[in-house]
Ligand binder design. Sequence first.
Ligand code: 93A
Length: 527
Amino acid sequence: MNTKRALLSVSDKTGIADFARQLHDAGWELVSTGGTLGVLQEAGLPVRAVSDLTGFPEMLDGRVKTLHPAIHGGVLARRESGHLAQLEQHGIGTIDLVCVNLYPFRETVARGAPDTEVIENIDIGGPAMIRSAAKNHESVLILVDPADYALAVQPSVSAADRRRLAAKAYAHTSAYDAAITAYLSAGQPPQQTGAPVQESRALPAELAEQLTLDLQRAHEVRYGENPHQHGAIYRWGDQRGPVLDAQVVAGKPMSFNNYADADAAWALCAELAASHGNGQAGQVACVAVKHANPCGVALGSSVTEAWTQARDADTLSVFGGVVAVSGPVDLEAARSFHGTFLEVLIAPAVSTEAVEWFAAKKPDLRVLVAASAQAGQLDVRPLSGGFAVQGRDLRRWEDLCPEVVTAKPPTEAQWQDLRFAWEVAKYARSNAIVLARARVTVGIGAGAVSRIWAAERAVANAGAAAQGAVMASEAFFPFDDVVRLAGEHGVAAIIQPGGAKRDPEVIAAANELGLSMVLTGSRHFRH
Ligand code: 93A
């Protein structure tokens, strides 16, 4: 059998010498570009220079190293007589493994390097090799991630793994090109004046790399949001999710809307549980969701108490809702769901007796045991022909420095409620106003196109319960109207980001009405 040939050309040299040694021990011939060659030679490994294969030196300050038929022919040739004969005619040998990582373009941008240096860090030869090898993945192994080195030294690599590595390779080059596109689209770089660079919130490389095109069908659903729409649930790469991987222990199969709502309910429930002691100190969280918005949220001393309070917070909206609880559901807790029509219940655990009770008494209710998985870090919104992507809103209460701006500060109990209401407001669609008291929501206005309407909805839901409650707003008040409405209904304290032009008027209104107001400096739109 012919000796297998591996081409190694990496900017990040971590682990490359060890990997090359394993390849060498397994009988591979090693070929490398200048810098990588030096590292391998220093490690005492026999390695050939790319220039030895191409008959050309690296030229144009390294801009042309591997861009040559001796390299791309060796990678791209089909392993069949026609192509192999052509290689032979030109004295080209096959290349069976390509291990490349690219010039550090994003890192160069991130450290504020001058434009000429950034442009020089646009890798051309590397992506070309990655794309060639990935195209010919049936015959060539393509490695862009040191985590896959171990797989490559196995005696044989399955067709499925080769294809997965190829998909990963194209995801790698497309993320790289996306970063170049973003840089160039931002226009002319600023003159190098030494002025401080404004902090950039562009999607960083670590997150962009999660934008793999590796998608797998995770669940079938009967249809999409409506019966005349198609639908399916997909998994991104090898990510797991608490709802995506939840176990359905009772009830009907999950629908498209059930997945979306259960995910929304669980995300808020998990944040509240983490923020308020997760079952210790008697704090169990319950979140009822309708159409991705919370409609009743409570902390309680048990699942039963948290659930009954969340239910009673808005007995109309909870009908047909999706409920998440942060504590295990036993038979007694299960019985407390009697009498309310729900679509989905999700919990970290459900006892056998509870499952049997649900199966007998509420056969349609989908009962889910959440998988112990972190929620993903990316938040994606569809656009026609593409999508908008951002890091998830991971800002927690501990990350804030809330500032009291009124003469009257909140009481200790009101602080607790402000924290709770702020957490709920983060998970409600904008414009969102949340009223809460004793860590139970008493009125929620969400998804309103004007902030005053969100506030009107919230106080109308609350009725008499607005008296003495606290209010949270996920974004600032452009006018003092919401504060005046809150005052009229007896709201005692307000938390909001602040930062509006009319903040002085808004604060003056709060002082005039004897309310407390806390500014967080942090907006939480959820559109
Ligand atoms: O300047 S390039 O775009 N031209 C090339 O022909 C080429 N071939 C490999 N950059 C090229 N590379 C890149 O060089 C690889 O993607 C890798 O990042 C780097 C490895 O160079 P060295 O081994 O000299 O450190």
